[in-house]
Design a protein around this ligand. Structure first.
Ligand SMILES: C[C@H](O)CC(=O)SCCNC(=O)CCNC(=O)[C@H](O)C(C)(C)COP(=O)(O)OP(=O)(O)OC[C@H]1O[C@@H](n2cnc3c(N)ncnc32)[C@H](O)[C@@H]1OP(=O)(O)O
Ligand SMILES: NC(=O)c1ccc[n+]([C@@H]2O[C@H](COP(=O)([O-])OP(=O)(O)OC[C@H]3O[C@@H](n4cnc5c(N)ncnc54)[C@H](O)[C@@H]3O)[C@@H](O)[C@H]2O)c1
Length: 310
């Protein structure tokens, strides 16, 4: 039902962007980039999905195909032929590439979803800034880094901002649109319109650590881990408590495993380094231990819980 509404909205609103964003380049074909590519293609945009790894791109196309079929089964329940057409047309709008420079040359908007590492992001954005046409907007899907820090290496600071999606992208309805110190009104407006066109409800946030959702969610997860670490309640009971007592779809420890304990650690460590006085951001020995053992959560097969490896 959710997806039906989202899809219907996609078709009706994509015309709003006809003159601004037609070609989107998504850099990083992992968990987030593949989802962002899917929602843009569903909305009728031409997408180039870029990754350094061709294997990742093959995997991304396969998972996008599977997720589009889930949508088609629901939206075109009684019209399977139209459903097949929807899947094949959406997939056909997604080209793949391994060279970000070439892919940026024809983009109206570039959304970066590569590793959460400021040095690697800087290297990429420097190249994109040189390669992309003057009108192209550059955006980062960073979870925890500062948009101003990322933008420091580009000349077009007025055409730079944050577009923070949530996992799983095709399902989660929110998009945080982040204005950097120099993001222009025109860029901000285009980012908001684009978010709406790809079926998301947009909220605006300044460039503060974690924006809105992660600033609240990460300390909440951290407190849940500390509760478990102290032995105050079992992992199961903490998760049941927050699902049944607070109405969350997942408990905090399930969510930590879903987001990735490596990612959670990375976010906390980065913020702790920047804001050492903030007790909520202090490192958590149990998270450090699990990560050092390679227990990253769902993606590695074990975190607070065990999972079947995909
Ligand atoms: C750290 C970052 O910076 C920020 C973040 O991303 S923080 C993380 C934010 N995400 C969350 O908080 C997720 C919380 N969890 C949830 O909302 C739900 O548990 C969930 C949507 C992941 C799964 O929902 P659940 O009902 O348990 O499972 P399931 O029945 O399989 O899926 C529900 C719907 O989502 C769809 N779905 C689930 N996973 C999907 C995926 N990866 N891709 C596409 N569709 C998916 C299913 O097809 C189903 O669709 P339907 O309702 O139309 O039939
Ligand atoms: N995982 C989440 O729940 C989540 C949610 C919101 C935002 N984010 C943010 O999105 C970004 C990506 O996260 P993810 O979970 O999709 O990671 P991921 O590891 O699944 O995917 C990252 C991809 O980027 C590719 N890559 C690395 N360097 C590259 C480069 N220079 N050029 C092109 N491709 C490159 C990797 O090969 C990998 O496939 C991060 O900034 C993360 O903080 C993650």
């Amino acid at each position: 039902m959710n997806q039906f509404r989202v899809l219907a909205r996609n078709f009706s609103s994509s015309s709003a962007l006809q003159n601004t964003v037609k070609n989107v380049t998504v850099i990083g074909g992992g968990l987030m980039g593949s989802g962002i590519a899917q929602v843009a293609a569903q909305a009728g945009q031409n997408v180039t999905l870029v990754d350094v790894s061709s294997d990742v791109l093959v995997k991304a196309q396969k998972s996008i195909g599977g997720n589009l079929s889930r949508v088609a089964k629901k939206v075109y329940k009684d019209k399977p032929q139209e459903g097949e057409k929807f899947v094949s047309e959406s997939l056909a709008r997604i080209k793949t590439a391994t060279d970000p420079v070439q892919a940026a040359a024809s983009a109206d908007l570039v959304v970066e979803a590569i590793v959460e590492n400021i040095g690697v992001k800087h290297q990429l954005f420097q190249k994109l800034d040189e390669a992309a046409p003057a009108h192209t907007i550059l955006a980062s899907n960073t979870s925890s880094l500062s948009i101003n820090d990322i933008a420091s290496v580009v000349k077009r600071k007025d055409k730079f901002g944050g577009l923070h999606f949530f996992n799983p992208v095709p399902v989660m309805r929110l998009l945080e649109v982040v204005r950097g110190a120099e993001t222009s009104d025109a860029t901000y407006k285009t980012m908001m319109e684009w978010g709406k066109a790809v079926g998301k409800t947009c909220i605006t946030c300044k460039d503060t650590p974690g924006f809105v959702v992660n600033r609240l969610l990460v300390p909440y997860i951290a407190e849940a881990v500390r509760l478990f670490e102290r032995g105050d309640a079992s992992a199961r009971d903490i998760d049941i408590a927050m699902k049944l007592g607070a109405g969350y779809p997942m408990g905090p420890l399930e969510l930590a495993d879903y987001v990735g304990l490596d990612t959670t650690k990375f976010i906390l460590d980065g913020w702790h380094k920047k804001y050492p006085q903030e007790t909520l951001f202090k490192p958590i020995p149990l998270v450090d231990k699990l990560v050092s053992e390679g227990k990253f959560g769902v993606k590695s097969g074990e975190g607070f819980y065990k999972y079947e490896k995909k």
